[in-house]
Design a binder for this molecule. Structure first.
Ligand SMILES: NC(=O)C1=CN([C@@H]2O[C@H](COP(=O)(O)OP(=O)(O)OC[C@H]3O[C@@H](n4cnc5c(N)ncnc54)[C@H](OP(=O)(O)O)[C@@H]3O)[C@@H](O)[C@H]2O)C=CC1
Ligand SMILES: CC(=O)C(=O)O
Ligand SMILES: [Mg+2]
Length: 640
């Protein structure tokens, strides 16, 4: 049934399998990887065994040599945890697992529910545990969508999705992939924001690792408690700036969980390679500190050395446990830590800050596409941001870099086309002394201006970008001002969730008399204005990070480089079709996202090879085809 280093197995005994695995060290050559074994009497080393195998090439975005999968099910005992005869003691010992009967139904990785075939029910001790009907994966999807749609409250839909993920992982991902436009607002913004706010009350089972100050000095061991060993992507937050909702402390866990489900559904990274992490150093949110259901440390945030030491221990433990090439995505850190963490670990780890870099790439892509509708080159436009934090200054820097590359004009000059307003007004030279370091490049010569609308009237931007986290700050006066000196004003309201959006789609179109090119961070339904329907795009980093991460993984990249962000923007902009433009759209539909992600991945990987940052050799000839072939598919495997 499967072959391991030259030895074939058919209904071999479990102990035989064990011996062979031991003798052949812990690594199995692709394409076959043991994923579970079933013994006839449920006891290891006794009776006949069938071994479930999967094809590593279609199953994973990992290099083809893979560690033997470690799963313990079967309700008998943890079968084999012993070290095998190999010199490489840094690798976690493999275990071979017994998955059958009731435990198989309780294992979300392997459970198929009513889709287990008659033969599988016989072979895997499922008789009587399921009702007689056998249904297809497609019918399961239809049934699940029917039940999810019955919930009127988005948070109930979110909880139904989380329950499904815990029950039947492949059904969860098929549902999400097949209904991405409908379900993205549930597992992601805006609903994930509400889920984080209420995470303490709705918490059922751990979906990721919680690393708090209590774990200081033990993080290496804590990482080993996670059941999966072959991790490729970690999304980590400390919960201090969750969307535009502020400090949600430990309850920010919903964000890494949500982002990683998109890594799988949108970018094809296999679920077992994804690890959500929340670093808990306390919270300054008084409501949470006083909430009896709060699940985090009940103390104010640790800062300074205490904070830095915990983060440092985490970063090095990750490298020690998962190697050089694990991608660590920083998510929703407050800006007073985010920029420093990125700078500090950017030279030693494969790190990516989604709020700074992913957002920059998605917005640049939208602008590149928008030029098809408004004309001119990037450097002929003038940009004004409301919000000069991670998102705002990250986007600004990438736009300035792209302008500089296109024109040969130095970066210091191209930055002068970009203006920023923060909570204290327009960022101008006279404020320089008081500005945080990331705002300083944007302090230009101008008299102080307090109000956004006055900044708009004075600077006359062609592009207005909201990255403030402050809802309804693009007032009627602001949008109307944009529409007086622009035939087609480009207006992005990036802040999440919907409640924090700088304006709604309806406001953007009606106040600009239908002339705005509008996109928002959280989705808005199409709007009717003067008898015409306007559909707006979603300028959200979810277009970028899944494909970007896939590109890093398939090339074995060891560092992230700004040029990779630029090619990711180009790849996304190229996916906007003529048909999309005719509808005023500057982003392609999410329904094509896996194809889009493969294109982004291919460009990012090609750039990694060009820059000498790729370690997976030789370089595949057709990187798009290779990226597609590496993507996880939620199709059920046959457990014969
Ligand atoms: N669409 C997408 O893909 C993404 C969207 N976002 C969204 O962007 C928002 C901001 O995120 P991020 O940049 O990380 O946050 P930061 O906290 O780093 O920055 C927020 C900025 O907005 C300014 N600001 C806050 N309130 C006002 C106000 N009323 N008027 C003017 N300026 C204001 C702050 O000013 P000051 O510095 O003076 O305090 C700060 O400069 C969030 O809502 C987030 O959800 C973020 C990443 C991706
Ligand atoms: C989308 C995202 O990353 C944010 O709003 O923070
Ligand atoms: Mg974020």
């Amino acid at each position: 049934m499967f072959s391991l280093n030259g030895t074939s197995f058919t209904n071999n005994s479990l102990s035989g399998v064990s011996r062979c695995l031991t003798q052949s060290s812990r690594r199995v050559s692709a394409p076959m990887v043991v994923v579970a074994a079933v013994s006839s009497n449920g006891k290891p080393g006794d009776g006949s065994v069938s071994v479930l195998v999967e094809n590593a090439l279609t199953e994973s975005a990992a290099p083809v040599e893979m560690e033997v999968k470690s799963t313990v099910t079967g309700g008998v005992q943890d079968v084999y945890g012993e070290d095998s005869a190999t010199e490489d003691q840094s690798i976690t010992p493999w275990t071979l697992s017994v998955a059958s009967g009731f435990s198989l139904l309780r294992n979300p990785h392997y459970n198929k529910g009513l889709a287990f075939s008659e033969r599988e029910r016989d072979a895997h001790y499922l008789r009587g545990l399921l009702p007689p009907v056998v249904i297809s994966h497609d019918l399961q999807v239809k049934k699940m969508m029917n039940s999810i749609r019955k919930y009127d409250v988005p948070l109930q839909r979110y909880m139904a999705m989380m329950d499904l993920q815990e029950m039947n992982e492949r059904l969860f991902y098929k549902l999400l992939i097949d209904n991405v436009e409908e379900l993205l607002p549930i597992v992601y913004t805006p609903t994930v924001g509400e889920a984080c706010q209420k995470y303490g009350s709705i918490f059922r089972r751990p979906q990721g690792l919680f690393i708090s100050l209590k774990e200081k000095g033990k993080i290496h061991e804590v990482l080993k408690n996670w059941p999966e060993k072959k991790i490729q992507v970690i999304v980590v937050t400390d919960g201090e700036r969750i969307l535009g909702l502020g400090d949600l402390g430990c309850q920010g866990m919903g964000i890494p969980v949500g982002k990683l489900s998109l890594y799988t559904a949108l970018g094809g990274i296999r679920p077992s390679a994804c690890l959500p992490v929340t670093i808990d150093v306390g919270t300054n949110n008084e409501n949470l500190l006083n909430d009896e259901f709060y699940i985090g440390l009940r103390q104010r945030r640790a800062t300074g050395q205490e904070y830095a030491e915990l983060l440092d221990e985490f970063m090095y433990a990750v490298k020690q446990n998962y190697g050089e090439k694990v991608l660590i995505q920083f998510e929703d850190f407050a800006n007073h830590n985010a920029f420093d963490l990125l700078a500090k670990y950017g030279t030693s780890h494969l790190v990516f800050n989604d709020d700074i870099q992913g957002t920059a790439s998605v917005v640049l892509a939208g602008l590149m596409a928008a030029l098809n509708l408004v004309g001119g080159s990037l450097s002929e436009h003038t940009f004004l941001f409301l919000g000069a934090g991670e998102a705002g200054t990250g986007i600004a820097e990438l736009i300035a870099l792209e302008m500089s590359k296109q024109t040969g004009i130095p970066l210091e000059e191209t930055r002068k086309k970009i203006w920023m307003v923060d909570s204290k007004g327009l960022i101008v030279k006279s404020r320089m002394e008081m500005l945080q370091h990331f705002k300083r490049p944007w302090a230009h010569d101008h008299e102080p201006v307090q109000e956004l609308v006055n900044a708009v009237k004075s600077i006359k931007p062609t592009v207005l970008i909201g990255s403030s986290g402050a809802g309804r700050t693009f007032t009627k006066e602001v949008v109307q001002a944009m529409a007086t000196f622009n035939e087609k004003p480009i207006i992005f309201a990036l802040s999440n969730p919907t409640s924090q959006s700088e304006c709604t789609a309806e406001e953007a179109y009606s106040w600009s008399e239908g002339r705005a090119i509008f996109a928002s961070g959280s989705p808005f339904a199409p709007v009717e204005y003067n008898g015409k329907v306007y559909a707006s795009g979603q300028a959200n980093n979810a277009y970028i990070f899944p494909g970007f991460g896939l590109g890093l993984i398939i090339s074995g990249a060891i560092r992230v480089h700004d040029d990779m962000l630029l090619v990711a923007s180009e790849a996304l902009a190229e996916q906007v079709s003529q048909e999309n433009f005719e509808k005023g759209l500057i982003y392609p539909p999410f329904s094509n996202i896996r194809k889009i992600s493969a294109h982004i991945a291919a460009k990012v990987a090609a750039k990694a090879y060009e820059l000498g940052l790729a370690t997976r050799l030789p370089q595949p000839k057709d990187l798009v085809a290779y990226a597609e072939s590496c993507m996880y598919s939620p199709a059920y495997r046959s457990y014969r």
